[in-house]
Design a protein around this ligand. Sequence first.
Ligand code: GLU
Length: 554
Amino acid sequence: MMDWNYLADKLFPHITQTPAQVEARYPKRQLPEGAKVTRMGPSPTGFMHLGNLYGALVDERLAHQSGGVFYLRIEDTDKKREVEGGVQTILDAFSAFGLPFDEGVTNEGETGAYGPYRQSQRAAIYQTFVKALMARGLAYPCFCTEQELAAAHEQQEQNKENFGYYGKYAVWRDRPLEDIEQALSQGLPYVVRFRSEGSIENKFRHEDLVKGKMELTENDQDVVILKSDGIPTYHFAHVVDDHLMGTTIVVRGEEWLATLPVHLQLFRAMGWKPPKYAHTAQLMKIDETTGGKRKLSKRKDPELALSFYAQEGYPAPCVLEYLMTLLNSNFEEWRRANPDAPMQDFPFSTKKMSGSGALFDVDKLRDVSKNVISRMTAGAVYDAVAAWSAQNDPAFHALFTRDPDKSRAFLAIGRGGKKPRKDIALWRDVKPYMDFLFDELFQPDYTLPERVSAADAKAILSDFAASFGENDTPDEFFQKMQAIAQAHGYAAQTKDYKQNPDAYKGAVGDVSMVIRIAVAGRQNAPDLQSVMHILGRETVLARLDAYAQALAAQ
Ligand code: GLU
């Protein structure tokens, strides 16, 4: 008979605290009935992807809409994948999206009573529980080398058996103490494995908050719970942490479903109630070349990186709002009924989440973003563009902020009404939208409108120059256009031209297009009279003249 207490003391002589002492430092949270405790557990690999944000939004909503707690735990148990500055990348990404953590790692150290919140600082805690498991005969050291494990794998392949450490392949599971002591005296490295009593013959029921009811197969593998450096694997670390930290719902990617039986088994062995699990579906996209669905890829899809959104100038609320449309199928309907309500008013529910892959679509993101931006004030847009361009386009920043009132006045055109303009999806769009406002960027395309000759265009420009009123209303401007149209054989009303196209050269719209081309240098621009008012008399007349000269030179 193995003396498990002896072995536990031998392997963990430095662990003198008991599990009960650790538990006492993590009292049950005092929260209102129904309050959820969620956490984000990213690893500091230096790369934050859209899936991290997608999951974090679920966590944040579940916690905050129930009066609960949303905390950040850094899962840095895998030193091989960790990069320098990785924690900072995590903090920056979440702060850019304004997802407020209530506890955990912050730029100013840790906050909250359930820390430490970095797994690498919790080694003694995990070891305390591993030691206790070992004392109960539920964990044991395994001295297998990588070569031995690879050889077993090869044999399993040949025999067409399941891979892994189980049954006869679990060679250290029932080893006598002498063997263990001998290996220890040789200083051989070892891991600690959990002693599984599960069998793949047994199935059990489980209900996932996203995937619904499912049947799972018991785990029969003796998984590693402590690596040779004394740091736990994800499996064990998350069980201990989510228990001690009082997590009630674990939201994580569906890639963890395969090892869920291990996790539930560990909770049971520890005598702890497992949290509820919400396994979120993979983010997919339509591949541009094949037209088929595929997972977002780090290599092919820049939009997978969270840093992409800040660089391009997608406002954080737009990205969150778009993710919410992916997360809850009824969000868009709610948004249409509540166009001005903050997103936080939407009753988010895991029941409305789809268990199969969510389709990420940049065009859809742009549409959502245009809607969100169209509801912002010109002042808010101005501030955001000033901040974004300072970082990402200093040359434009200088022009944009040279005369703030001018830029704000331009951004105010078509804003605020029932049907606001939707020209801007991301801050990078602002420059091409308003570059013509600045003489330094004004590069007109003087192509004539289809139904206007060069001679007519010149006459229209000169008539308009003579009658232009900087402070006219849009209506007054339109009446002037109608008068000029009539004087040159164009219909004053579009419908007259449509009814009787042979009687006219074109319609009033063709005439005002000439002015638009002169002033904005292109055929698309917001309300022209407003634009001309902002540009001022001198600039408008200079541009009318420049177009006339260009036409004369043809
Ligand atoms: N550290 C894990 C990951 O980055 C977290 C999974 C979880 O949230 O439990 O995938």
